[in-house]
Design a protein around this ligand. Sequence first.
Ligand code: NAD
Length: 486
Amino acid sequence: MNTRVDVAGVAVATGHFIDGTRRGSPTTFEDRTPLNWDLLAEVSRGDAGDARDAVRAARNASATWAALGPDVRRDYLHRIADLIDERNHDLAVVECLDTGMLEASLRERVIGRAARNFRAYADLARDYQPRRWSSHGTTNTVLRMPAGPTVVITPWNAPFMLATWKVAPALAAGNTVVLKPAEWSPLSASLLADIVFDAGLPPGVFNVVQGLGDEVGAALVADPLVRRISFTGSPETGRRIGVAAAANLVPFTAELGGKGPFLVFADADLDAAARQAAVMYDDAGQVCLAGTRLLVDARVRDEFVARFEAALAHHVLGDSRAATTTIAPLIHPDHLARVEGFVERARRAGDRIVFGGRRWRTDGLWYEPTLIEPHAGDAEIVQREVFGPVLTLQTFVDEDQAVSLANATDYGLSAIVFTRSRERADRVAGAIRAGTIWTNCFLVRDLTAPFGGAGISGIGREGGDYALDFYSDLTTYQVKDGTTNG
Ligand code: NAD
């Protein structure tokens, strides 16, 4: 069954993609756009049977895909990348409606990055040089062998880019994949299945199963045929998936939530820092890497806040399809209620709302950019990820206190530091617990660098060779010296 719906002029399949064919489910779930809550699609609600079939398809395709080798796989993955670029418009308009992400940013930045993920990993896998050395009278070689069927589970924010970030290295390493996108934004995964089909990959190499996390998602991660699980989402779900992975002794990576510190030292370029801090409200703050805890040297607090408020003047809340809009709506009414709940509890706890702290309009899912000064460092608003346009502001008196505040949550995904001093930057970077630290910049990414979180922000690293190692079984192969041909 290949039911398609029209989403902004793009025909999007609403079923699963298993073993190279589309199929539906007897039941569906509703997918609505955060822009006006119109229904976009009734999407197949997969069950344990769909999960089992998808994993079996991936297992059956494993040997063929592995045997093709990195050169042939590279050609396939480059074709996928080219098709992503060709369908940039379709992907951007569908992802915009499905998630509320800004269409211009999707077109100009995000979709292109997804294509680059495929090219970069395809090339890296092809160029892998096995490590080789002599010891104990033997020649040692480290081989990267495909690990097998891989389950990829993604969250609702930036779903296309995040899916490709995992699917590309898994396929490049020679694994087959079952992708389950989040139920609040399932459509771009369906377009990825079309692209993989058009790129001519053998059936079963890439599969998409739609459905709810605790139904089909739980069935996928519990399947004993799965050899790798790669998850991006919340720490709560990460824990559950970790238990399922442990039951089958399957390696898994978890890229989880963040509560990144944004440090502004007195020697910083305050205008640049303020402009960068204003960017933390982009995508309505639904960005795991955002620096949501502003930590500012007490001596420049007032000056920084004034410049920050001035930098916010450029923000325009509105329809994500309009070129002028900079702040999108939140993804879902439940999520808006969650964000509102955080702010209301903060208000009741005695935290000071510096600005914002309410919905932008009563009839939509927008929330005003909000800044809160907490009454204490252990306040809920400081300690828990809001995942909305809500930042906190704390001050420090010296570098030691800055570092200690930066490290004062259970998270450890990212940090942003503004200082003019290279010595201070290096010192602070060495003392902050975070997977990624940006100094005087943000979101600059080299795809070969490791990526992941410390603490409850994650387990494992992806990116470059780190990802390819994760998706591989590393084999140490030893040959006794003197072993000859014949
Ligand atoms: P979530 O954990 O609720 O859901 C993520 C995915 O897991 C969804 O596809 C969901 O269906 C699935 N799922 C839920 N229960 C499951 C189960 N028992 N078994 C298998 N799958 C299950 O997260 P979310 O609300 O979709 O995403 C927001 C979170 O993701 C935030 O915490 C955010 O910080 C985090 N995130 C992290 C990164 C990163 O790179 N570290 C990137 C983006 C988002």
